[in-house]
Design a protein around this ligand. Structure first.
Ligand code: CDP
Length: 219
């Protein structure tokens, strides 16, 4: 079984998907983390020209799984789960994720991961491109201001020195790149259920989505 949640940055996809996975007793897959790992590889290799990077993509070893209940990503054997959250990665990820060969590479990893078990996954194009036949699809959204405020608080809690305006600009730029790229842009699948989280508490959005899942999938 696969449940997918798409939506823009800061709409609450990952935290909600994690919580739902926990309460349903299924696994969580963070597709953005895989794009972030590819981006980190690109940055670490000294930002080579994209053709060269693409030609050597299959040399990258990216693995994902759960460690102590936390979604964990390894790049060439190293746990990079923290490093992929830095603004250095956030600033370049949408550019790297817009390359069709990169999308192909990440999609293959995802299909391999989910074939073994039941998953709830979050991303941008899961309902429209990667898992078109998903058992259930959601599209989460919130106003730009609310999304930036949430992401800013999240980063401050982690001790990151960043202003609200910097976060706002990063989300704005990523939304624009993600929604306008040629390869599988961010958009709501026709059969996805839209959840607007503006003004909703975390618990409210989780219980709303949990009840839809129980109702639709009878679990
Ligand atoms: O957590 P946040 O919403 O900030 O972003 P993320 O889920 O970690 O994704 C980071 C970036 O990866 C996005 O801005 C997209 O450019 C890209 N991405 C994508 O293109 N397709 C996906 N299925 C997931 C992420």
């Amino acid at each position: 079984m696969i449940i997918v949640i798409d939506g823009p940055a800061g709409s609450g996809k990952s935290t909600t998907a994690k919580k739902l996975a926990e309460s349903l007793g299924i696994n969580f897959l963070d597709s953005g983390a895989l794009y972030r790992a590819v981006t980190l590889a690109w940055l670490n290799s000294g930002k080579p020209d994209t053709d060269k990077f693409i030609n050597n993509l299959t040399d990258l070893s990216i693995d994902a799984g759960e460690v102590d209940g936390k979604f964990t990503v390894w790049l060439n054997g190293k746990n990079v789960s923290e490093e992929i959250r830095t603004s250095r990665v956030a600033d370049s990820v949408s550019e790297i994720a817009s390359i069709p060969e990169v999308r192909n590479f990440v999609n293959k990893i995802m299909h391999k991961v989910v074939e073994k078990d039941n998953y709830i996954a979050d991303g941008r194009d899961l309902g429209t491109a990667v898992f078109k036949d998903a058992d259930l699809k959601f599209f989460m959204d919130a106003t730009m201001e609310e999304r930036a405020r949430r992401r800013h608080n999240e980063l401050l809690e982690k001790g990151t020195d960043i202003t609200y305006d910097e976060v706002y600009q990063n989300l704005l730029k990523r939304d624009h790149t993600d929604s306008n790229r040629k390869a599988d842009p961010l958009r709501k699948a026709d059969d996805a259920i839209k959840i607007d989280t503006t003004g909703k508490t975390f618990d409210e959005q989780v219980s709303l989505m949990a009840s839809i899942i129980k109702d639709r999938l009878k679990i």
